[in-house]
Design a protein around this ligand. Structure first.
Ligand SMILES: [Zn+2]
Length: 342
């Protein structure tokens, strides 16, 4: 399986995040992608290539022009103001407040984010832009006939909506790739999100559409981030009704429970008659993950890959979460090797 990867992810390295009342070093850090890349090479999964540059147009199919302009220019504005640390929001247009775009940098940052978990640093835009190009390059590989490809994206993307960053995510790599398939003539794309957290951004982007089916298996949002989306009764709206499927699972779920949900999600994808599958591949379902509460073990990821392969569809893997840094390479590559029948 071909892997696309860009060193540009090193340009993004947030200093800290607020966890349990304390400022902690960000769990989403460059070593994550480094470990996955090392494992891809150690297992000789296949060639590793640098991405091509498809420009902003395919990104702008998913993200609003105003959002992209804000994100691209935010760090320079922060520097002009003498900003010292990472650029982080602290006020959001929550219930009872007006949803308007203020002039102030932090006001705008609050408008374009849904939490404080997506720090903007000097290189964040470039890293996120390159991650989107990594996704598009792997997508192109499948468009040209490959059965599978791996986009080693960092930062991840599935929490980012059309004009919202949050949860370590800025540009929704999976959604950008799915849209590219459709723009190039595919009719039905299924996105299978196996990250521990609900892919709220991806769901929102396609919620009113029938050309993308979204299925997500995740920690029950009644107990877990992102809390405000990802419930089982969210089935899509309008033309999208019946094309959104959430499988929220209780804390502590292990492979037996998790794989039963995967079976249901795969059945939905098969019934849908998808042309192609985009997998939002998060491995924070791992038992040792420091911020998650599922109990999957490393061999389970091989079985996950085998079940996805049984769909018999061209499959694009897009890297999302996973914070047990020492094990992230083994777990992510196990999915890919399981898929390939290794
Ligand atoms: Zn996650």
């Amino acid at each position: 399986m071909l892997t696309y990867y860009s060193d540009d992810h090193h340009l993004h390295h947030g200093k800290c995040e607020l966890i349990d009342g304390q400022l902690m070093p960000c769990f989403e850090k460059p070593q994550r992608a480094d470990h996955i890349l090392a494992r891809v090479k150690a297992r000789q999964l296949g060639e590793v290539r640098a991405p091509k540059d498809f420009g902003l147009a395919p990104i702008a199919r998913i993200h609003s022009k105003a959002y992209l302009e804000f994100f691209k220019g935010a760090w320079a504005r922060w520097q002009e103001q003498g900003g010292k640390g990472d650029l982080l929001p602290f006020t959001w247009p929550a219930r009872t407040l007006r949803r308007m775009i203020p002039n102030d940098l932090h006001g705008q940052l609050g408008y374009y984010s849904f939490d404080g978990g997506a720090p903007i640093t000097a290189g964040t835009w470039q890293a996120a832009y390159s991650a989107a190009q990594v996704a598009l390059s792997a997508q192109q590989e499948i468009a040209h006939g490959a059965h599978s490809a791996f986009a080693l994206c960092r930062p991840p993307g599935h929490h980012a909506a059309g004009d919202l960053m949050g949860g370590y995510c800025y540009l929704n790599n999976a959604a950008i790739a799915a849209q590219a398939f459709l723009d190039q003539g595919r009719k039905k794309v299924a996105i299978l999100d196996v990250d521990y957290h609900h892919g709220n951004g991806t769901q929102d982007i396609f919620y009113q559409r029938s050309d993308v089916l979204f299925a997500s298996i995740h920690g029950d949002p009644a107990e877990e981030f992102p809390f405000f989306l990802g419930y089982a009764d969210e089935l899509g709206e309008g033309a999208g009704e019946g094309y959104n499927f959430n499988y929220p699972l209780p804390m502590g779920s292990a492979w037996e429970t998790w794989s039963a949900a995967l079976e249901q999600a795969c059945q939905r994808i098969a019934d849908y008659g998808a042309d192609v599958v985009v997998v939002s591949l998060g491995v924070d379902t791992y038992m040792e993950d420091p911020i998650s509460q599922f109990k999957l073990d490393s061999p389970d990821y091989l079985a996950m890959g085998r079940r996805i392969a049984a769909l018999g569809l061209p499959t694009l893997f897009i890297m999302e979460g996973g914070y047990a840094v020492e094990a992230i390479g083994v777990n992510a590559v196990n999915v890919l090797e399981g898929f390939e029948g290794a």
